[in-house]
Design a protein around this ligand. Structure first.
Ligand SMILES: Cc1cc2nc3c(=O)[nH]c(=O)nc-3n(C[C@H](O)[C@H](O)[C@H](O)COP(=O)(O)OP(=O)(O)OC[C@H]3O[C@@H](n4cnc5c(N)ncnc54)[C@H](O)[C@@H]3O)c2cc1C
Length: 372
């Protein structure tokens, strides 16, 4: 669909004594899903506002690796890979350098990404600073972007949707024809659509630390080492280098203390590989809800992790970008030709859901079964 829908700008109207700002599309969340969705809509002349509760550049718990599919999607949806300023000092991780370590057998190849729909992807991955990457991505979208603006409520109005936001401590009202929930793994938009989701879904918590180090010991340079140690975490734990730090990641279902897991992982790396850590630079954590994908309801579409679009092992930037793009195309077509954006989106994202299932069958992620 190349035709411009309307060279639209933001409109305002009064509702009672309140002045309401109206856009064709509002996107909550400016991560990879929101930024990719925004770019596709903006490129088609659609009036889109992106809001994010954070101010950019902001940290997001992530290993910060652009896998092969992500690189393909970046070229396709953004026309290029990110600039050099986004890459770490060791800019590449080869797929063959991601290795699982087994106490009895040593290192063996660990497959993180698999072919999709018969398409193989580049097998040299990019080691990036996630905060800078996301900042670049949303800037590339060209869309209006309001930082420090958090969506707190949404409901149907007489002629579209009404969104309540908190912006700099002040509550205000926005209106739109379509809302895209691209607000990540703890999505407020998804909770509004499905209040049971946050309560009922099995949830994995992930915790990362960035550690200065005196020696990486026997950890091979340039490798990303993966371990399955149920005594440390319920999912794989891993370590790789980012600039002058070693990034350690552990994860587990609720009730596990991930601070203790992290301490145990550090001690294991020192004992088994001779790693000598110095100070911790920073830490970060987030949750991943293991619920089936949900494309949304009526004129509210969910993209990226908010919609449950994440490939196993937390390879989520590609699924986020791809679902964000498909959501945008569905809305653009509905605005131009009528019909249901949601139905289009559901049909148009079926291959992402199918690939998620293939990943579930073929990749190894848990170190033990989920809790009863
Ligand atoms: C430990 C770990 C490591 C990972 N490593 C990788 C990796 O190396 N490569 C990879 O491809 N994927 C990785 N992932 C997955 C990847 O980080 C996510 O899948 C991806 O960020 C999802 O993108 P998104 O746009 O859906 O959401 P996010 O990137 O989470 O963006 C959501 C945005 O919404 C904003 N927001 C939240 N609530 C609101 C609100 N109420 N109003 C407005 N804004 C809001 C947030 O501030 C945020 O900016 C990893 C995940 C984890 C947990």
């Amino acid at each position: 669909m190349s035709a411009r829908v309307r060279a639209a700008g933001m409109a305002t109207f009064n509702e009672g004594r309140i002045c309401v700002e109206k856009h064709q599309v509002i996107i909550a969340g400016a991560g990879p899903a929101g930024a990719t969705c925004a770019k596709a809509l903006h490129d088609r002349g659609i009036d889109v506002l992106v809001i994010d509760r954070a101010r950019f550049p902001r940290h997001k718990t992530c290993s910060g690796v652009l896998f092969g599919q992500t690189q393909v999607l970046l070229r396709s949806y953004f026309g290029s890979l990110p600039p050099a300023s986004v890459y770490c000092t060791e800019p590449e991780i080869k797929a063959s350098a991601i290795r699982e370590w087994k106490p009895d057998a040593g290192y063996c190849r660990y497959v993180w990404e698999i072919d999709k729909d018969g398409q193989a992807f580049p097998d040299v991955y990019h080691n990036i600073r996630r905060a800078d990457f996301d900042h670049w991505l949303i800037a590339q979208s060209g869309a209006q972007f309001r930082e420090g603006c958090s969506l707190s409520a949404a409901h149907s109005g007489p002629d579209g949707l009404r969104i309540t936001v908190r912006d700099g401590g002040r509550e205000s009202r926005l209106a739109c024809d379509y809302l895209i929930g691209a607000d990540g793994g703890n999505s407020t938009v998804r909770k509004i659509l499905d209040p049971r989701w946050a309560v009922d879904s099995p949830t994995v918590l992930a915790y990362q630390t960035y550690n200065y180090f005196q020696s990486a010991g026997d950890l091979p340079a340039g490798q990303w080492a993966v371990f399955f140690k149920p005594e440390i975490g319920d999912i794989l734990c891993c370590v790789h280098q980012k600039d002058d730090t070693l990034v350690l990641c552990v994860g587990g279902f609720k009730r596990r203390s991930l601070k203790k897991s992290m301490q145990a992982f550090r001690e294991f790396l020192t004992r088994a590989f001779g790693v000598i850590f110095s100070d911790q630079k920073r830490d970060e954590g987030c949750l991943i809800r293991m619920a089936p994908p949900n494309p949304g309801r009526d004129r509210v579409l969910l993209a990226g992790e908010a919609g449950g679009f994440i490939y196993l092992n937390g390879e989520g930037i590609s699924a986020a970008m791809d679902s964000g793009h498909r959501a945008a195309m569905s809305v653009a077509e509905a605005l131009q030709s009528g019909g249901s954006a949601l139905n289009r989106y559901q049909a148009g994202s079926a291959d992402i859901v199918a690939h998620m299932q293939t990943c579930m069958q073929q990749l190894h992620f848990l170190s033990a079964g989920p809790p009863a």
